[in-house]
Design a protein around this ligand. Structure first.
Ligand SMILES: C[S@@+](CC[C@H](N)C(=O)[O-])C[C@H]1O[C@@H](n2cnc3c(N)ncnc32)[C@H](O)[C@@H]1O
Length: 206
């Protein structure tokens, strides 16, 4: 999706997101934040959206969230205020393809349900690798295209031309997030609902 389409689509999603897509995809947020909490220290959440994951970060964490959509960020800021989430240090409007942080700034970087939304996901992966410290982890949850010719793959291809309307690419390929040599895949798991989502843990190497 182009950035203009992202902004338009998520201005429509923002008021209903938590009660729809957001409500059935918490398993991935729990998994990624659980790992980041064990590591401790600082975490960058790229495409923080309405901030559904923010309450899952432990109080000892230092969380920075970025998103391109001001409408989604407004919802995240409201959660921080209403729930007193003191682990959240900053929420900033930013393009994930061009992160305004120095190299190796964070212990962990999370990207939940965003890689099939952003324009140029390979560039976003490169930016996440850059800002993650060597030895840290990039934690991804996403839906990836089903392989083969089964019903799921056919449904995904059917919806693919509607990406600007839906807000994501239904036929997004897993290989697109695995090409950066600084990120080594160390864990992969299927997640609810119905194993439709995938959790990837990638270790940042030198
Ligand atoms: C499906 S939502 C996921 C939100 C959140 N991570 C979650 O798990 O609920 C995708 C988010 O990616 C954001 N996004 C899309 N393209 C972006 C970009 N280039 N830079 C930053 N955020 C972007 C959208 O604004 C939207 O909030």
């Amino acid at each position: 999706m182009e950035l203009e389409a992202v902004a338009k689509s998520y201005a429509r999603w923002a008021p209903v997101y938590d009660r729809t897509f957001g409500a059935v995809t918490n398993a991935g947020r729990r998994r990624a934040t659980g790992f980041a909490n064990q590591v401790g220290g600082s975490v960058l959440e790229v495409g923080v959206g309405t901030g559904l994951a923010l309450p899952f970060y432990a109080p000892h964490m230092q969380v920075t969230g970025v998103d391109f959509s001001e409408d989604m960020l407004a919802k995240a800021r409201q959660k921080v205020r209403e729930q007193g989430l003191r682990q959240v240090r900053a929420l900033q409007q930013m393009d994930a393809r061009d992160l305004a942080f120095p190299d190796q700034s964070f212990d962990s970087v999370c990207a939940m349900h965003i890689l099939s939304v952003v324009p140029e996901p390979e560039r976003v992966m490169a930016e996440m690798a850059r800002v993650c410290r060597v030895g840290g982890h990039v934690l991804v949850t996403n839906h990836f295209a089903a392989e083969g010719k089964g019903l799921m793959a056919r449904v995904e291809r059917l919806f693919a031309p509607l990406s600007d309307l839906l807000g994501w690419h239904s036929d997004f390929e897993r290989a697109r997030v695995l090409g950066d040599i600084r990120l080594q895949l160390v864990e992969e798991d299927g997640l609810p609902p119905f194993g439709m989502m995938t959790y990837l843990r990638l270790r940042r190497v030198a």
